[in-house]
Design a protein around this ligand. Structure first.
Ligand code: AMP
Ligand code: MG
Length: 353
């Protein structure tokens, strides 16, 4: 693991140009990247992650002019082409991945044989510099073994992969903290395939109301083919048994010292501590070894703050000696659905009362 200095970004770009694998920060989570044009390097990413080969990767570009090296915009319907322009203008660079018709030059291993390719222009400057210095778009999934919690710090990546990754660039904690929203424009009407860093409402300012939320909600994925790995019922899972409660319902749970509790807001944490006669420290994190909150330490709870804290807090809670982690759902607007999607998957979609 090395600091993401100019010199080390250049080193990582050299590694990538020679067909190596590099981990790097993006604004969503850390990525495990390979040149999207190098089949063998991309195959190594799948192997390192133990990611099933039917689960396609996102191709990251470092400038808009790289878009057409991955996507065939000629094959896009007129309406979707206009929409793409608006989305690019307003939401790129940022945590929005757009699925588009694929250029032949992108090898099948990247897209799992699909004739579409998922493209994202990340906002993180280290990621942008790395891609531009490499000169190729980078195929990069999140830098975690398949199914495990996503990495929001370089230390998570080096703990997951003590060997095998040629270089890990440390760019600090990621700011969005949730994976990108995946929007399919490749054919037909626009559709969200995975909720993520851009709330669906924000995309709907350009698309108009989209009929369904992501098809990857655990209920809808039940018993069906899925187009996106988010659709697997267990994903982003901690090692500790994880149970999810409806918003507010966890307040009624009796406290057990063998469990750890994750509240959405600090206000709920405070109420719970009072009810159970637990002393908390308002000025320290965590306020109590067994009680954690995603947001609202001092001010109003905010979904952005909660999303940024989510995987980071889950990594820390997973390292406690608790037998179970109990968590409550986020409110259903803004980034709430994306946060709840990750919580559902951490719980293997088992919702307690
Ligand atoms: P990850 O890189 O682990 O954050 O996951 C990438 C997400 O993009 C997954 O949900 C993929 O299934 C989705 N994805 C990548 N390529 C495509 C594609 N061509 N069509 C539909 N979804 C895709
Ligand atoms: Mg992932």
């Amino acid at each position: 693991m090395v600091l993401a200095t100019e010199e080390n970004i250049q080193k990582a770009a050299d590694v990538l140009r020679r067909g190596g694998v590099a981990a790097f920060p993006t604004e969503t989570v850390y990525g495990l990247g390979a040149s999207a044009f190098n089949r063998a390097a991309v195959a190594r990413v799948f192997e390192l992650k133990k990611r099933p080969s039917f689960d396609p990767l996102i191709v990251h570009i470092g400038s808009l002019s790289m878009l057409e090296s991955a996507a065939n915009l000629e094959a896009l319907k007129n309406e979707n082409r206009k929409l793409l322009e608006k989305l690019i203008q307003n939401l790129w660079p940022g945590p929005l991945t757009i699925v588009l018709p694929k250029k032949n030059e992108i090898p099948d291993v990247v897209t799992s044989g699909l004739d579409s390719v998922a493209v994202r222009f990340p906002k993180n400057e280290i990621a942008q510099k790395l891609i531009l210095l490499t000169g190729d778009p980078l195929a990069a999934p999140s830098a975690n073994p398949f199914g495990r919690l996503s990495p929001t710090r370089a230390a998570h990546v080096s703990a997951y992969f003590p060997a095998g990754v040629d270089i890990i660039l440390d760019g600090g904690k990621t700011d969005v903290g949730l994976e990108s929203t995946v929007l399919d424009l490749s054919s037909g009407a626009p559709r969200v395939l995975r909720e993520g860093g851009v709330p669906q409402e924000e995309i709907e300012r350009f698309t108009g109301k989209m009929t369904s939320r992501a098809l990857n909600s655990p209920m809808e994925a039940e018993g069906g083919a899925f187009k996106t790995p988010g659709a697997l019922k267990i994903h982003y899972a901690p090692k500790t048994v994880f149970k999810l409660h409806e918003a507010g319902a966890m307040l009624k749970e009796p406290f057990s010292p063998s469990k750890a509790y994750l509240f959405y807001s600090f206000e709920n944490l405070r109420l719970y501590a009072k009810k159970n006669g637990l002393k908390i420290n308002e000025n320290e994190l965590p306020a109590h070894e067994r009680l954690w909150a995603l947001c609202g330490g001092a001010g109003e709870p905010s979904c952005r703050e909660a999303a940024a804290a989510l995987f980071d807090v889950l990594h820390m809670m997973d390292a406690l000696d608790a037998l179970e982690i109990h968590a409550e759902k986020a409110p259903p607007d803004g980034l709430g659905p994306a946060i709840n999607d990750r919580l559902f998957k951490a719980a293997g979609s088992v919702l307690e009362a």
